[in-house]
Design a protein around this ligand. Sequence first.
Ligand code: SAH
Length: 433
Amino acid sequence: MKKNDVVTVEVTDIGIGGEGIGKVDGYTLFIKDAVIGDTVEVKVMKAKKNYGYARLMRIVKESAFRVSARCPEARRCGGCQIQEMDYRKQLEFKNTKVRNNLIRLGSVEEELLDQIMEPIAGMEEPFRYRNKAQFPIGVDKEGNLIAGFYAGRTHDIIANTECILGVEQNREILEIILQYMKENCVAAYDEKSGKGLIRHVLIRYGFTTKEIMVCLVINGTKLPKADRLIKKLTQLEGMTSITLSPNTRRDNVIMGNSYEVLWGQGFITDYIGNVKYQISPLSFYQVNPVQTEKLYGLALEYADLKGTETVWDLYCGIGTISLFLAQKAKQVYGVEIVPQAIEDAKNNAKINEINNAAFYVGKAEEVLPDYYEEYAKTHGGEKARADVIVVDPPRKGCDETLLETIVKMEPEKVVYVSCDSATLARDLKYLCE
Ligand code: SAH
């Protein structure tokens, strides 16, 4: 197989990024946008010795799992990978991915896994569920201001203000901002030159409270004629918080290190179950409120609290899981690296009148080991213990120093909430050993 070859192939598997996989005489092709079960005509774009990458040219025979994409930009946009796959098949794909990682990287025995692995908990309607979106701002080839999402693997912006994973309100907010920029000659940031002002627009929407937050990430400290923008944005129902986050760095991190309130308050409020949370622009908050309630419900169920327990919630963000657990535990300690999130967490405990939760700023892999050592020193060598430890790390998983301390603290249970099953499997292997 060589570059530019055109072949017809049956898609027989799904790759880890959701791409279709097919074989031609033993040679493996990875085909973006091809769905398992499709027969497709493809053009080879890159050919290695045993495998290659091909572009989907034509669908010869449609898979039974193929659905039409709801978003016209689904293929070009880097946001969605498997929108043309039936949602039930998507769930099966995710389930298999977790299962395989646990077996291959976690050394969990297949037989055991069959007994303990529960069915995947999907959504009823997997659209319009996101409470947060970060839109890069830029210009198209004709020089028109645009907002949208990055294309796959590049920072080319695909103009799209109507992403169907997000709330409908996003469109009007973005249109107001683009209009304001045009009328007042406010330039979009250009990554290549490092010039221009508006980099990203972060929008958050409280599903239960209907409150809206808009945060402009800017390459500078001041927004010219801000009052004109504020006047328009505040006409929208639910507008609660308008902020600026200065970011003059030239890396890929979207948000700046701080924010400034332009109008209203610096946060919106939302509920998960009966717990109320205040969320500020720099804090992490789960993006799918419907699934979050299921997730935290399961974490609580697995923790199986009776009311006498000491619980640690590591990587606690704004204290979401901590406060959920505090309702059923004796004492909860939360640890989180972002100082603004810990401020939110403390405040959230207060507004919910929860008095048995304490929060610490710092790296989980430093705070917990330090606590463990300090405890022994001040308690005549006695070991610090915990009944339940919850972790919810970012994709890279937990640091080994943390896992080591968790083991030393001999908790009855560890509840591991993960957003990457590969690092989950790696960490579980360590914990089990
Ligand atoms: N449990 C929370 C947050 C989970 S996201 C929730 O469900 O809302 C993971 C969090 O870990 C983020 O808030 C991130 O800021 C934080 N974090 C990342 N690295 C960390 C580290 N080394 N120590 C502690 N917290 C960390």
